[in-house]
Design a binder for this molecule. Structure first.
Ligand code: GH3
Ligand code: MG
Ligand code: MG
Ligand code: MG
Length: 351
């Protein structure tokens, strides 16, 4: 590739009043040619600029720096692009454009809020301090004045990338924390607190919408023997597999949680008595199905089920629902295990 022989920092004039020479050597020596920022997948940058030569010039230099470019010829097109679910996370917005101006887009996007964050860089030939302050107040993160210096643009873009990388790390950390706070670490199911909250929430919804809720308290049978005969690790694997099987037999809007050691609580919104009986029976069969035996090397694994239905017209509390399901479970244990016992809903019980 030819190198630029002139000295000094090349300037890319993207102001429509300034003519831009499209000789590619104009940009040589201004960057490493690598994608700035994280070095992960190619970063997409939106360019909103109504002057075609300026837009093309900017696009060329960004592509050369390794970015993928989403060019927009006016403010309306940019606003449309920025609303898409996989919109670019960094946008360079010209100040003056038909449709919406750069600051208008900044204001609208910030008013909309939401995540992930979009880093906004205003492109302006305005040098008046008040204008810049107005741009930043509209929600821009940074600005570049036209005609601009390529080095400056490059480092400003990289600063934007760093912010976006940090924000992505933060979101990831927050997601991890949320996961840790709500999920059981062994099985990946909801933890006790979360499944209780789900039951609480569904109970309130049921009263509003009038649909019943199926509730299942499930306890693995003779689970202590699995630990005693095959060790705690094999026991853990049985717990994980039991959780997977329960999850595999519910619908996306059902809740499956680990209530305690080898006990699970399942919440089935919209499930009436007949439905609950059938669903519980298929879950029971799923846990008792052969491959689980392999995990514990021949020892039969099964579970007992205590079932009850919350009826929307009743005022049965969550703790009473758990108590009724527990009593049904107790009966299942004492009448042979590996079975489902259903306690009829207490219609009209007022507390
Ligand atoms: P039953 O049929 O009456 O329910 O008998 P059981 O042996 O399942 O009941 P018991 O309450 O006597 O024993 C429960 C066992 O579950 C004891 C405990 O060590 C084991 N357990 C609880 N949590 C875990 C865990 O996270 N991992 C493993 N491996 N075992 C666990
Ligand atoms: Mg313009
Ligand atoms: Mg048990
Ligand atoms: Mg138990």
């Amino acid at each position: 590739m030819r190198r630029m022989t002139t000295t000094g920092t090349p300037t890319l004039a993207v102001d429509s009043r300034t003519r831009y020479t499209s000789d590619e050597t104009c940009f040589a020596g201004t960057s490493t040619g690598q994608t700035p920022g994280s070095g992960k997948e190619t970063m997409r940058i939106l360019i909103a600029e109504d002057s075609a030569p300026s837009r093309l010039a900017l696009e060329r230099v960004l592509v050369k720096w390794g970015y993928e470019v989403v060019p927009c010829r006016d403010g309306s097109a940019a606003w449309e692009q920025l609303q898409l679910p996989d919109a670019p996370r960094l946008a360079i917005l010209d100040w003056m454009m038909p449709g919406y101006s750069g600051p208008e887009i900044c204001r609208m996007l910030r008013a909309k809020g939401g995540e992930p964050y979009t880093y906004l860089l205003l492109l302006t030939s305005k040098t008046l301090k008040e204008d810049l302050i107005a741009g930043m107040e509209a929600g821009a993160d940074d600005y570049v004045t036209k005609p601009f210096d390529l080095h400056e643009l490059n480092v400003r873009l990289r600063a934007g990338m760093r912010i976006l990388d940090l924000q992505a790390e933060l979101l990831e950390a927050r997601e991890k924390l949320r996961e840790q706070a709500t999920k059981d670490s062994l099985t990946g199911l909801w933890n006790r607190r979360s499944i209780m909250e789900i039951l609480e929430r569904e109970r309130a919804r049921s009263q509003r919408e009038g649909a019943p809720i199926g509730v299942l308290m499930i306890d693995l049978d003779h689970f202590k023997q699995v630990n005693d005969c095959f060790g705690h690790l094999a026991g853990d694997e049985v717990l994980r597999e039991a959780g997977r099987r329960l999850l595999a037999s519910v619908r996306p809007y059902d809740g499956v949680g680990r209530y305690g050691g080898e006990e699970f609580l399942v919440v089935l919104p919209g499930c009436d008595e007949a439905g609950l009986r059938a669903r519980a029976e298929s879950m029971r069969a799923a846990i008792a199905a052969p491959p689980l035996e392999k995990v514990s090397q021949g020892l039969t694994v099964s579970a007992s089920f205590g079932a009850t239905v919350f009826m929307p017209q009743s005022a049965v509390s969550v703790s009473d629902l758990i108590r009724i399901a527990d009593e049904a479970l107790y009966e299942a244990k004492h009448t042979g295990r590996n079975r489902v016992v259903l306690r009829s809903p207490l219609i009209g019980t007022l507390r």
